[in-house]
Design a protein around this ligand. Structure first.
Ligand SMILES: Nc1ncnc2c1ncn2[C@@H]1O[C@H](COP(=O)(O)OP(=O)(O)OP(=O)(O)O)[C@@H](O)[C@H]1O
Length: 860
């Protein structure tokens, strides 16, 4: 290592190259549609204020792909934007009296500046922000097209209502049955809401999962489970003493003989009817409604029921009567809002039956059990077996019994086979200000009328106040008052806004033609760029965002916007960057920068003796405040160090506990590479175009092999998202270079080749340093525009092979020889090994058999 070559001034260098890329427009794709394209996209961020190390990881991973694909000759689209509608802006408005638009735009400016310092190869000319009318006006047009196509509709539905804030809450905003901010007991309320008909594509969305070969299996499974197609039956239980019947849905009609009660959702019409004259039942219904609508909460809550006193007759045996309960665990939104309980074979039903003293009759006998002795105690039996205690079904397997019972129900007119999905239509209405206004006008005569194209966008008014609870759009003195586009009479605007998942369901398409003022995107642009070739983002979006986007390309294709099967061809879900969490005594989240850690489990508020509660490590997120801002690292060590550190530490799909301890190692490595290249230049490298020398010295040949192997291996690693392994290979190459000292021209030729490979391999990972060194090697091009080198296959295969040496049939040694070495050479290598000589005990070989590249067999 030579001294006196100066120091690597990363701050200056990094800024310099970012400017060069900008002027060169290095990352704006070509308009030439004949080029092969590659669209790399990372999930765009919510502008919460600052970026953290989680974002650094996400966006660096995507950037490596983008830079690598560019070098492989693709026309790469790699855009960035902001998912900028949403609640935090409104909360900031309420808490800090700052307008959501101002808060959002300032955050965007700050985060953009931060992302810029990371040297990401983004095409900023396509930047979008979803809260701006030039974005959402296209979304409003889409919605009106969906309305016309029957893909958007309005219906009454149940929502979580906060009676203090007078507003609807999202499921996540209901904590233990209370509003997250007001603390008020949440109620269920019926409101008219807009829905998108995602269920129209339920089967298609399910079947196409199979075609998503470049998606992680776990995400495909999560989507399958979310859609959850189940085959089962509708069964009608006639109401005793009345003329009508109760329809239930079941996936287990084979267990009908094990029925012991029927349970109805608290909001089932029959319960509502009964509650009119039964105040206790009415109170039970209110109690259920206070649970909110989240499936998770319902799943966790204690199972409770209320005996309505009604009875139903068994559909296979009218003389058998069962009681009817209202129950807090049955959802009106699933199936028919009514189930029959079979306690022996369903855990929830078993708990319910035990609580209310209802019979438990097993009807499925596990293999090898004695029907007389088989009993259900605390655990329901949900496995396979033979049907028993079930009349005409006895002796059948579960599947056979299902078909047979469905056939019998059909004959009796008390039921039929059916398919249901868990997937519900997507409710998109939110009673919020900071969202895209639903472009609809309500007219007393004409009903809900879509806003005509010429009147779009319906822009959010700026002059709103957040002093009172509820939706400021609704309170605005003039905004909602308008006239009907159909008949011209006075009418009012819809004051709901869209769920913010609406914006993120099509942003990937907007990036294809981001500055188109007239339409969301041109057909030509999406035909060329979509689908996204590589999408990178967190597993937390495995279900909703990805499913909504998959729905959108189908709905948009139906409305003539595009013709596409799936939005994302390849998906990579990066592991989360995690950090421990801190809370003050009064439960407020605290940031790591405010913590004074004094030992393994004690922490205090910085500069005080106030103890702080240390929580478990969780995904780094603004909402938990457990974030580490990259600024410090970037300032101290440079963006390349931050990038390299993120890439080298662990496999990209694995969660990673944030620690700064490896940062310095990454920084030292980059300094070493910098010095190595200076040393190489100092050694007097030949011009780039100097022809390949006819022969190389042994060390030069070894260096060439190291360089080509590193290139070949790292290329494969980059293709497979094994970025940490690619980094390890780059380090190996750097070691090999470090051991080399050239003595003639052909050595210097090999030296240059190895150093250039090193620099080009670093290109996608530490782009600033790579540019600097590339230029220092007297290249007048940019690494960002250079072509990925190709490994010479002859230098990649190992030229040495290991031969096993046997003496009288026993393995005695292993020797290295050149591949395809002559018999003569193999024989003498084997005979000269000391273990072999010992085993031969000084005797002469009688016979030596050589299997080329594999074995030398010596018989003495
Ligand atoms: N801690 C993390 N580790 C890895 N990736 C993350 C982390 N936090 C966010 N991301 C990723 O960044 C992308 C943009 O996400 P977004 O900004 O919406 O994140 P977020 O979870 O809302 O963060 P925050 O809560 O801090 O605002 C997503 O792909 C997300 O998975």
């Amino acid at each position: 290592m030579s001294e006196g070559t100066g120091r690597y001034n990363f701050l200056e260098v990094e800024e310099k190259w970012r400017k060069v890329w900008e002027t060169d427009k290095s990352f704006e794709p070509s308009a030439d549609r004949s080029l092969p394209k590659y669209y790399v996209l990372e999930m765009f961020p919510y502008p919460s204020g600052r970026i953290h190390m989680g974002h650094v990881r996400n966006y660096t991973l995507g950037d490596v792909v983008a830079r690598y694909r560019r070098a492989r000759g693709f026309n790469v689209l790699h855009p960035m934007g902001w998912d900028s509608f949403g609640l935090p802006a409104e909360n900031a408005a309420i808490e800090n009296k700052v307008h959501p638009a101002k808060w959002t735009r300032e955050n965007i400016a700050a985060m953009k500046a931060q992302l810029m310092t990371l040297g990401l190869s983004l095409d900023w000319s396509r930047e979008i922000s979803t809260c701006e009318p030039d974005y959402y006006k296209h979304e409003q047009k889409m919605f009106t097209d969906f309305m016309r196509a029957g893909l958007a509709y309005r219906k009454e539905s149940w929502v979580n209502w906060d009676p203090v804030e007078n507003t609807v809450l999202a499921n996540e905003q209901v904590i233990d049955g209370r509003g997250w901010r007001s603390g008020a007991l949440v109620e269920k309320r019926k409101l008219s809401q807009w829905f998108l008909k995602i269920t129209a594509f339920a089967d298609e969305l399910l079947e196409a999962i199979e075609s998503l070969e470049r998606w992680p299996d776990k995400v495909r499974t999560m989507q399958t489970n979310w859609i959850n197609r189940s085959e089962g039956a509708h069964v009608d239980f006639s109401l005793v003493g009345r003329d009508d019947s109760l329809r239930v849905f079941t996936t287990r009609p084979d267990t009908l003989y094990g029925a012991s009660f029927c349970a109805l959702a608290a909001n089932h019409p029959l319960i509502a009817e009964q509650a009119e004259n039964n105040p206790d039942l009415a109170e039970f219904v209110s109690e259920c409604n206070r649970l909110g609508t989240s499936e998770e909460v319902i799943e966790k809550a204690e199972k409770k029921g209320f005996d309505t006193g009604l009875k139903v007759a068994h559909p296979l045996d009218p003389s058998w009567e069962l009681p009817v309960y209202a129950a807090n665990f049955v959802l009106m939104e699933y199936g028919t809002g009514a189930v029959f309980g079979c306690p022996a074979h369903d855990q929830r039903d078993l708990e319910f039956a035990r609580k209310y003293g209802l019979p438990v009759t097993p009807v499925v006998l596990p293999k090898g059990e004695d029907p007389q002795a088989f009993d259900i105690v605390n655990e329901a039996y949900v496995g396979d077996g033979t049907i028993f205690n079930s009349g005409f079904l006895d002796g059948l397997g579960v599947d056979e019994a299902k078909s047979k019972v469905i056939a019998r129900l059909g004959e009796l007119g008390t039921g039929e086979g059916t398919v249901t999905y868990r997937l519900r239509d997507w409710g998109v209405s939110r009673q919020r200000y900071w969202g895209c206004p639903v472009p609809v006008i309500h007219c007393a005569d004409c009903g809900a009328v879509p806003v005509p194209d010429a009147d779009l966008p319906v822009a959010l008014p700026d002059d709103v106040d957040f002093d009172q609870p509820g939706n400021p759009l609704d309170r605005h003195p003039t905004w909602k008052h308008t006239t009907c586009p159909n008949c011209g009479k006075d009418a009012v605007r819809e004051t709901d806004t869209f769920d913010t998942f609406f914006e993120s369901s099509w942003y990937f398409a907007r990036f294809c033609d981001a500055n188109n003022p007239d339409e969301a995107f041109s057909r030509d642009a999406v035909d060329y760029w979509l689908p996204v070739d590589q999408y990178v983002g967190g597993i937390e979006h495995a279900v909703l965002h990805l499913l909504y986007s998959r729905f959108f390309v189908r709905a948009l294709s139906q409305c003539g916007y595009m013709n596409l099967d799936e939005p994302f061809d390849g998906l990579f879900t990066q592991g989360m960057v995690c950090h421990e969490t801190y809370r003050s005594e009064d439960g407020k989240w605290l940031s790591p920068v405010d913590i004074d850690r004094r030992g393994a489990d004690s922490a205090f508020l910085l500069g005080t003796d106030k103890p702080v509660k240390i929580g478990r490590s969780e995904k780094m997120s603004k909402s938990r405040k457990n974030v580490v801002d990259p600024e410090n690292i970037v300032q101290t060590y440079g963006a390349d160090t931050a990038r390299l550190f993120m890439l080298s530490d662990s496999p990209p799909d694995r969660d990673l506990e944030w620690t700064e301890s490896g940062v310095e190692g990454a920084w030292r490595f980059l300094n070493k590479v910098w010095r190595q290249v200076q040393d190489a230049i100092g050694a007097g490298l030949p011009d780039r175009n100097t022809p390949l020398p006819a022969s190389f010295s042994g060390p030069a040949d070894a260096l060439r092999r190291a360089a080509h192997k590193a290139l070949d291996g790292a290329t494969g690693d980059l293709e497979r998202f094994h970025f940490n392994r690619a980094v390890a290979r780059i380090r190996e190459l750097s070691n090999a270079i470090g051991e080399f000292s050239p003595s003639d021209d052909s050595d210097r030729w090999a030296y240059r080749e190895a150093v250039e490979h090193l620099v080009q391999l670093l290109g996608p990972m530490t782009p600033h340093l790579a540019e600097e060194l590339w230029r220092a090697l007297s290249n007048d091009t940019l690494v960002a525009r250079s072509t990925w080198p190709v490994a010479d296959p002859g230098l990649v295969v190992d030229d040495m092979v290991t031969l096993a040496v046997q003496v009288n049939g026993k393995m005695r040694a292993k020797v290295e020889v050149e591949r395809d070495a002559s018999e003569e050479n193999a024989r003498s290598a084997a005979l000269s090994h000391e273990n072999v000589q010992r085993a031969m005990e000084g005797k002469e070989p009688r016979k030596i058999i050589v299997v080329p590249n594999r074995i030398v067999n010596i018989v003495v």
